[in-house]
Design a protein around this ligand. Structure first.
Ligand code: IMP
Length: 195
């Protein structure tokens, strides 16, 4: 079993990775560790930045040996918002404390006639402790609901209806989300790459 440092403090992502990657022993990013940089313009740049910064920090301060570092950069890309909030998904409407309010704000930005097509994108960067980092990606196409619905998942899940379904990720069970989500697909690619 690989020991993998998970370079994220996002509780929603942590829960999903524990379910999606039971083949790894996941080591959490410590509370005393620094915030990880994400200054790039693309998901791939940010995922690599986070993985490399976390690896460097762990080599100097880590408390146990790990085989590699896993970082996720992901977000919701809405066609009618020119792909936004995209890489800025975690920083959308920072004045609003809850995703309930952020989701309502995002929906209110769309005129009634707007194209509601959207996709979730996830890029995972894996940095072995020795060797070159690499990335894998996953995406799921869908559309935006008219109102937030459902309590499952996290973030923008209550407003995203994946193609082929009539309910949001916030309403669908976790197993259904994992089978078709951006993160689920990226994790399949990661496992294949590491096999
Ligand atoms: P970052 O990867 O740290 O920049 O943050 C990604 C942000 O995108 C999260 O904080 C969420 O707002 C959003 N996001 C990414 N994946 C999901 C998902 O699976 N469901 C809902 N929101 C997501």
């Amino acid at each position: 079993m690989l020991n993998v440092l998970l370079a994220s403090r996002n509780a929603g992502k942590l829960r999903e990775f524990a379910e999606l990657l039971p083949v790894f022993r996941l080591v959490p990013w410590p509370a005393e560790a620094p915030e990880l940089p994400e200054t790039g313009a693309f998901f791939q740049d940010n995922a690599l930045q986070k993985a490399e910064a976390a690896r460097t920090w762990w080599l100097a301060h880590g408390t146990e040996p790990v085989d590699g570092v896993l970082a996720d950069d992901s977000g919701l890309c809405v066609d009618a918002l020119w792909g936004g909030p995209g890489v800025l998904s975690a920083r959308f409407a920072p004045e609003l404390p809850s995703y309930h309010d952020k989701n309502r704000r995002l929906l209110a930005m769309l005129p009634d006639s707007a194209d509601r097509c959207a996709r979730f994108v996830c890029v995972l960067a894996f940095a072995p402790m020795q060797g070159e980092p690499f990335t894998v990606a996953g995406a799921v196409e869908g559309s935006l609901a008219s109102d937030p619905c459902g309590e499952h998942g996290f973030g923008y899940d209550p407003i995203f209806i994946p193609d082929g379904h009539d309910h949001t990720f916030g309403e669908l069970p976790a197993e259904v989300k994992h089978a078709l989500s951006h993160r689920g697909r990226a994790c399949v690619a990661l496992r294949e790459r590491l096999a």
